[in-house]
Design a protein around this ligand. Structure first.
Ligand SMILES: [Zn+2]
Length: 216
């Protein structure tokens, strides 16, 4: 099988499907049993391994490193009770990894037309980014253009440029087509959401409450 590293900020579900497509498996659900088999060959397979464990192992990364860079867990688990603030993707959180590891906050997938064109020019293909899947952040953080929703029940089973070429994308209904034209509050919210995405572990609830109280 051909295994390749995820791209910068690439969503784990997008990377997993890309691995499946380029290995002739079509979609990630067909790839999972094969990745379990790789573990079993080395005598270490555990049925409870999360998909993040399998994908990280497939490309020679640690699960926490893969999780912090390619899952949405940093924004799905922003705070934790004292004593539970372990690093995203670590073995203490294997239940969380299984339950939330491959989820995205949005109910649908988004792409940026300019990112797609840049990807095609630079790599010859396009990929899905975490930063396009933050709730309420409807503009591409790099280009500021409004994001486009993919009209498909299973968006990650194909590349963004394919949906774009087939005209199966449509701009999100927002207050503005460019983030520079939005209120400062919206831009600040986008910045904060992106900052959360880069956190390797959650803040304790106590610290978060303290900071909120200071600003209240
Ligand atoms: Zn973009």
């Amino acid at each position: 099988m051909i295994m390749f590293d995820p791209m910068p900020d690439e969503l784990a579900i997008g990377h997993g499907n890309r691995l499946a497509i380029l290995n002739g498996q079509g979609k990630i659900s067909n790839l999972i049993p094969i990745l379990h088999g790789k573990f079993q060959q080395h005598g270490v397979d555990i049925p409870g391994f999360s998909t993040l464990d399998l994908l990280a192992n497939a490309v020679g990364m640690s699960t926490p490193a893969y999780t912090v860079e390619h899952s949405m867990l940093p924004v799905l688990r922003v705070t934790a009770q004292p004593g539970n603030e372990f690093i995203h993707g670590s073995c203490e959180g294997i239940r969380l990894n299984r339950r939330l590891g491959m989820l995205i906050p949005r109910k649908f997938s988004c792409v940026c037309s300019i990112c797609i064109n840049e990807d095609l020019e630079k790599y010859g293909y396009s990929y899905y980014r975490r930063s396009h899947h933050l709730n309420g952040v409807d503009w591409c953080p790099k280009h500021g253009e409004v994001l486009k929703r993919v009209n498909s029940e299973k968006p990650f089973t194909n590349f963004p440029h394919v949906w774009h070429r087939e005209k199966r994308v449509e701009p999100l209904a927002t207050c503005s087509h460019h983030i520079d034209e939005t209120p400062e509050l919206v831009r600040r919210y986008s910045e904060i959401s992106l900052t959360f995405l880069k956190q390797s572990k959650p803040q304790t609830v106590t610290i978060a409450n303290g900071r909120i109280n200071l600003r209240a």
